[in-house]
Each structure stands twice: as structure tokens, then as C-alpha cells.
Design a protein around this ligand. Structure first.
Ligand code: HGY
Ligand code: MN
Ligand code: MN
Length: 423
């Protein structure tokens, strides 16, 4: 009997659902969402819960200097590289219960299932809850994954979040250590492959009626700060034709951003997600507005084209409205492809479970795209009802959650039997 046949029954569905429900209660909001921003007391509590589950699954638990919570189990072959599974447990403000948390909890369930059935893998196994994937409170996002991949920007420990707290202090609050960040980095040869299970966060699988997604590529993202400077003035006395209203011009920028994706099709997605108005009083014409814009696409060239288009639109708006508009590109993640051999592996695992799969790109960012710098990556999606995510209405049917975890279990076993991505 092969190892795969011995574990065919799949994971413990009741236990997986219990863990998802319990973690969702930490940071639960009144309208059914979850706020568990990275480094917050809720995150600290959630991490303690997840660490306990890792230990119960027979994993050796530690926090690396970049704040990643890691559970490991050595393989039979001491020289073998490690198969890494993971995702994140931090959320956006009033986000959902599944984004990230599902992938971490399902990976722990897979590790526990293997341990309970006495299955020792040839390769080492690690489950990682990556630190600060979402960039809560204005941190860079995917902070832990960057540390894991040895790709943190120099001086990151001194960078302040939007409340003025240095990243080094944030890390200390979750057991990280800014003085030892280089030690968080895994060398390329240490990782056999990285697999991440995640809710789709879009509606492609649901519309097709397919339970498993095999991710082909992950979109890249560029954040852009746009500052509009006009002239503040008295809202009651300044005539309408003598104003340099920064917010009116900023509104045109918001529309231009949308048009770059929606009408011009330069990139797949374009969003203005933040807006701060100064001085910010009812009776004062806005003198200064800051917008937080992001573009996403699976092509780096198209991200560049969107930046150029925005710079052009900014110049036109500035000239027409008598304001200055400054466009500053910020954090950027590169689009990445999933490893074709791991895509085949996931498709084979779904087939083995009798589940249909569909190959699709990911519009959302994931820790996997940073880990891709040091390891071949593969991602598995399960359907999101209505495609809703980053909102309280995020939901995935329990049977889809369980099937996704079962596919991850099969993928791990198949990988261990034939480590397709090593080499
Ligand atoms: O914003 C994103 O794509 C992700 O959820 N971190
Ligand atoms: Mn998210
Ligand atoms: Mn996520």
C-alpha cells in the first residue's frame, strides 16, 4: 500500500472547521468581520492560539527574527530540503475569517493528520504563519515573507508605521528581533518547494462551479502616493472661480486612476484606497490632499505603463485646475509565475480526490510571491462565495474548505513521493 493510499480519508473536517471558527473569534467585529491587524493585541492572541495548534500537531514551534511563526518537523532524510506550507493570520480592517487564516490552519491540519497516521515524510515539513502580510497600520506588507526570503529593504527596522512606531518595535511585540533579521532568511537550497492554500477572493471558481483552483501566476502591485497641493481658503468668502481646491482636483485623479484600468485597460486593476484631506474642516477649502493608489497586473511592463499614464493625467489635471500634483511610486511587488511542476502536482492531487480544477491567475497578492525568490511556489484556491473578500461577507462553504485541505494533503504526499520541484 502506498503512503497516498493510507491517507486517502483526508483531514479531520470537524477539527479544521472548529479551528477556523475559534481563530475568527479573535478580533471578531460586531458586523461579522474580523480585525486582527498585524502586531495588534488580537494578532498576538491569534498567534498564541496558532502556536498551540502547531505544537498539538507535533511541530517544533519558534518565531524567527522577522516575526514569522514557524512549526517544523524533520524528515527521514536529514539532508533533504524542507517542504514549506503557509499563509498569514493577520487581516485587514473588518476583513474576513478565511483570507490567510484558512491556509495556515489547513496546513497545520495536514501536518497533524500526517502525524496521527504515523506518516513520516522523507523531506522536512514546515508550516509558516507569515508576519504582517496585509501591511496593517501602513507597514510594507508581506514583511515576514520578505524576511524569510532574505529580501527586506535595508534600514527597515527604523521605518515608522503610520502611527510613528518603528518596525523594529512592532517586531519585538510578536517575538521578532530587528537586530537579527538576516537570520530569518532561508537559503534557496533549504526549501524544496512552497505550497500555499488560500480562498480565491474572486468569483471565477464559483461561476464555473469548480471546487479547486490551480494558480498560474500572482499579480504584481505598485503602490503610488499622489499629493495634490492647492490653496486653502475661506469656504464662505472665496468665490467659486478663484479657488485652487485640492480635493476637487484629487477627485479627478481618482477618476483618472479608475479609467487606467476600467476604460483604457492599461492594467487589470486600479484603485484609490486612501484619501486624507488637509486641513480637513467643513469651512475650509482643501489645500492639500494625499491619495493612496495601487495598480495590479500580471505584467511588470503594464504596471510601468500605468505609472506613466498616471503621471500624464496628473500633469493635465494640474494644468487645468491650477494645483500641483506629485506622483511618487512606492512599494512594489513583482508578478510571479507558479512553478509548472507544482501546478501539475496540485492538479494531480485534485484529480486523485475526484475534484475538478481550473487554472487561473491570482489578482490578490500572497506571501508566495515573495517566497518565490528562494523557492519554487505553488498555490491552491478554493471558491469564495460571491467573490467577496477583505470584507465581513467573505465566506467559503465548509465542504470547499475541507476539500482544499484534502488536496493540500494529497499534494504534500505526492511531492514527498516524487519531489518534482527539487532540481
Ligand atoms: O492585498 C492583497 O492582495 C492581499 O490580500 N494581501
Ligand atoms: Mn488579504
Ligand atoms: Mn491573504
Amino acid at each position: 500500500m502506498t503512503v497516498t493510499e493510507r491517507v486517502r480519508p483526508g483531514v479531520d473536517a470537524g477539527r479544521l472547521m472548529e479551528h477556523i471558527t475559534a481563530l475568527a473569534a479573535i478580533g471578531a467585529t460586531p458586523d461579522g468581520g474580523v480585525t486582527r491587524l498585524a502586531f495588534s493585541p488580537e494578532d498576538v492572541e491569534g498567534r498564541a492560539y496558532v502556536a498551540r495548534l502547531m505544537a498539538e500537531a507535533g511541530l517544533a514551534v519558534r518565531v524567527d527574527p522577522a516575526g514569522n511563526l514557524i512549526g517544523t518537523r524533520p524528515g527521514i532524510d536529514p539532508g533533504a530540503a524542507t517542504l514549506v506550507l503557509g499563509s498569514h493570520i493577520d487581516t485587514v480592517v473588518n476583513g474576513g475569517a478565511y483570507d490567510g487564516a484558512y491556509g495556515v490552519l489547513a496546513a497545520i491540519e495536514v501536518a497533524r493528520t500526517l502525524a496521527e497516521r504515523g506518516v513520516r515524510l522523507a523531506c522536512g515539513l514546515a508550516v509558516v504563519a507569515f508576519c504582517d502580510e496585509e501591511g496593517g497600520h501602513g507597514t510594507m506588507g508581506m514583511l515576514g515573507a520578505h524576511g524569510f526570503a532574505g529580501a527586506l529593504p535595508p534600514g527597515i527596522a527604523k521605518v515608522l508605521d503610520e502611527r510613528g512606531v518603528p518596525v523594529g518595535d512592532l517586531l519585538a511585540a510578536v517575538g521578532g528581533d530587528a537586530e537579527r533579521l538576516p537570520e530569518a532568511a532561508w537559503a534557496p537550497g533549504d526549501i524544496a518547494a512552497y505550497l500555499e492554500l488560500h480562498v480565491e477572493q474572486g468569483d471565477v471558481l464559483e461561476r464555473r462551479g469548480v471546487p479547486i483552483g490551480v494558480v498560474e501566476s500572482i499579480a504584481g502591485r505598485v503602490n503610488v502616493s499622489v499629493t495634490v497641493e492647492g490653496v486653502a481658503g475661506h469656504a464662505g468668502t472665496t468665490s467659486m472661480d478663484h479657488r485652487s481646491d485640492a480635493l476637487v482636483a484629487a477627485a479627478r485623479v481618482v477618476l483618472a486612476v479608475r479609467a487606467i484600468a476600467a476604460e483604457e485597460g492599461v492594467v487589470l486593476r486600479a484603485t484609490t484606497g486612501t484619501c486624507s484631506v488637509g486641513p480637513g474642516m467643513w469651512n475650509v477649502i482643501p489645500g492639500r490632499v494625499r491619495l493612496g493608489v495601487e495598480f495590479r497586473d500580471v505584467s511588470a511592463d503594464r504596471l510601468d505603463a500605468a505609472l506613466a499614464r498616471l503621471a500624464g493625467a496628473a500633469g493635465e489635471i494640474a494644468a487645468a485646475d491650477g494645483v500641483t500634483v506629485t506622483v511618487e511610486p512606492g512599494a512594489r511587488t513583482t508578478p510571479v509565475a507558479c512553478d509548472p511542476r507544482l501546478r501539475d502536482l496540485v492538479a494531480g492531487a485534485a484529480r486523485e480526490r475526484g475534484l475538478d480544477c481550473h487554472h487561473l491567475p491570482s489578482g490578490a497578492g500572497h506571501d508566495a510571491q515573495i517566497v518565490a525568490r528562494v523557492a519554487p511556489i505553488g498555490m491552491i484556491f478554493v471558491p469564495s462565495e460571491g467573490g467577496i473578500s477583505h470584507a465581513p461577507g467573505e465566506h467559503t462553504a465548509p465542504h470547499h474548505l475541507v476539500w482544499g485541505a484534502d488536496v493540500l494533503l494529497s499534494a504534500v504526499l505526492r511531492f514527498d513521493e516524487a519531489p518534482v520541484a527539487r532540481g
